[in-house]
Design a protein around this ligand. Structure first.
Ligand code: ISL
Length: 569
């Protein structure tokens, strides 16, 4: 049978290969680059690597538009190198998760080329084709089959002249949605997944997997005043057959396999109640999900680039709601950022040079103290920050480029659009990893596809590698503690001082030992009222120098961005 407990004490590291390390000087990171940096992963101590897509792809969405699921894009390398990566990671005790992108393919995938060729193509029904809205002129704006908007601006429908119908694309027009109602589509995906497992990979991170079951009939979504296309989330997220599709997938792909696998479903908009179903071991759907609640609090639900600020109390309540909801059944994933989100230290911490290091460590401490499987996104382990974007032409991301063109055309102030992009744009996470202080931060010998952050001169792996007080050293310790301290894995979480606007304090308890996390997420010092029973607890980890090794519960004051973990019986 599958081993369902190994990942409870594991830490996962995400590699976005385009920006990780470039081995051939073309300015784009590749598998050769990953192979050269395996020592970094081993030094960090992670258990699993999740590799963002390296499959054949026209790169309309940096590889999330796949044209061949069973080959590697020449931009990234070869299948032989992928095999080398599996072997190199396994030799270091690290498992590999592939990115499974099956809500959609590229429009250049042979399945879609075939589907698009004729209304009578045997694969016509593999995608979602519909006629124009009755009584309209097909192909004209407003004639789309329904009013759904795309995540990347405009309608979610693309007119196809040749066969006189529209196809659905929740993301870019080069990312047509597969029709999961068709059993042949599901069987083809299952076969592809088995092919990868047979090749030696250890599981999958499943891209927008809660979008694959759409509401029958694809009805209009409630219109939003002043906007041409609606947010149709309710009509495709966590749809009617989603649980059936996921259970079937597990059956078809994993039945009869024993070993240590991991599946994690990326699920925008998922609620804790739904997540409990998705991750209930008895239902056998996915091992854990990426929820989006805590990365959606600071932006407008209808316009992710409209930043509206964040109260710490809301952030705490969100994460602890998830801790509580999945305490008995199911399992959490824990993350601050990934390739779609701004950098954690800039978003939730304080990237002013005076507070940067302490705040990066404090955020790490708070997240890694919680119950669930922590994910570290490349560069987070050295505290990489957002990029100082000032103009539209600095952005490469299809989402940002489309957004800017659309809103400026609609009359939004250019400054305002740029401010939104600079704050939450996905390219913040995609600037090259800062390895050292040489040209292009040691990422490439060529011209990087996206500019290197100017702070690479001092913020880089080489500068931190042998410094016991570095952000990197802090991450190493947190990862080691996850492996060594049982209460960090299974202990029940209780939030203290829930209404405090600046302190984030909680306990973990597994009946054998108790763990205390206290963090000051602000610049001003703060006193922490504590139960006397915590006196005598041993310091496991602090982020400032000179912290006493034993706690006096009657006298605890945290300096700015001071964060600590204590252990007691
Ligand atoms: O940034 C977002 C769009 O506003 C997110 O909602 C993002 O699209 C969502 O997290 C889904 O992301 C995944 O699927 C996308 C791809 O662009 C992202 O990189 C991927 O992580 C489509 O495949």
């Amino acid at each position: 049978a599958r081993d369902r407990s190994w990942w409870r004490s594991a830490v996962v590291y995400q590699i976005y290969p385009r920006s990780f390390a470039d081995s051939d000087g073309d300015g784009v990171g590749d598998l050769g680059g990953v192979l050269q940096r395996l020592d970094h992963l081993e030094h960090l101590g992670v258990d699993v690597v999740w590799l963002s897509p390296v499959y054949r792809s026209p790169q309309a969405d940096n590889g999330y538009d796949i044209s061949d699921y069973t080959d590697i894009d020449p931009l990234f390398g070869t299948l032989e190198q992928l095999d080398e990566l599996v072997a190199g990671l396994h030799a270091r005790g690290i498992r590999l998760l592939m990115d499974l992108v099956v809500n959609h393919t590229s429009d250049e995938h042979p399945w879609f080329v075939d589907s698009r060729s004729s209304r009578h193509s045997p694969r016509r029904d593999w995608y979602v084709w519909r006629d124009a809205r009755p009584g309209t002129t097909p192909g004209e704006p407003g004639s789309e089959p329904n009013n759904w908007g795309s995540f990347f601006s405009g309608s979610a429908w693309q007119w196809d002249e040749q066969t006189g119908q529209y196809y659905l694309h929740l993301f870019d027009r080069k990312q047509p949605d597969l029709n999961w109602e068709n059993p042949e589509v599901r069987a083809a995906v299952h076969a592809m997944m088995r092919w990868w497992l047979d090749r030696g990979v250890d599981g999958f991170r499943m891209d927008v997997i809660n979008f694959i079951s759409k509401t029958a009939g694809l009805p209009d979504a409630p219109a939003v005043p002043g906007r041409p296309y609606a947010n149709a989330f309710e009509l495709f997220a966590d749809g009617p057959r989603i649980h059936e599709f996921l259970a079937e997938m597990t059956r078809e792909v994993f039945a009869g396999r024993s070993g240590a696998y991991l599946t994690v479903g990326e699920m925008p908009g998922v609620t804790p109640e739904q997540a409990r179903l998705y991750t209930d071991p008895e239902r056998d759907e996915v091992d854990m999900v990426f929820q989006f609640e805590h990365v959606s609090l600071d932006t407008d639900p209808l316009d992710k680039f409209a930043w509206r600020g964040l109260e710490l109390v809301d952030l705490k309540h969100s994460l602890h709601r998830w801790q509580d909801a999945l305490a008995e059944r199911g399992w959490n994933s824990l993350y601050w950022n990934n390739h779609d989100q701004p950098r954690a230290v800039s978003r939730f911490g304080d990237d002013d040079p005076r507070w940067w290091a302490a705040s990066a460590k404090a955020l790490a401490t708070v997240l890694h103290g919680l119950r669930g499987t922590p994910y570290v996104y490349q560069g987070e382990e050295i505290g990489m920050t957002n990029f100082p974007f000032t103009s539209a032409d600095q952005h490469r991301d299809v989402e940002a480029v489309n957004y800017y063109a659309t809103v400026v055309q609609q009359g939004l102030d250019e400054r305002e659009a740029l401010t939104g992009l600079a704050r939450v744009g996905r390219d913040n996470a995609r600037t090259p990893v800062q390895w050292d202080a040489t040209a292009h931060a040691g990422f490439t010998t060529g011209r990087p596809w996206l500019a290197v952050n100017p702070n690479a001169s001092w913020l880089n792996v080489a500068a931190q590698r042998d410094d016991p007080h570095s952000v990197l050293a802090h991450y190493r310790t947190l990862i080691r503690l996850r492996h060594e301290v049982a209460v960090l894995v299974e202990g029940r979480t209780t939030l203290l001082l829930p209404h405090d606007p600046q302190l984030w304090c909680y306990t973990r308890d597994d009946g054998r030992s108790r763990l205390l996390v206290v963090a000051n997420l602000g610049r001003e010092p703060r006193e922490v009222p504590l139960d006397p029973s915590w006196s005598g607890a041993q310091l496991l980890l602090g982020n400032l120098t000179g912290t006493p090794a034993v706690l006096d519960a009657a006298d605890l004051t945290l300096a700015g961005w001071d964060a600590r973990m204590y252990l007691t019986r």
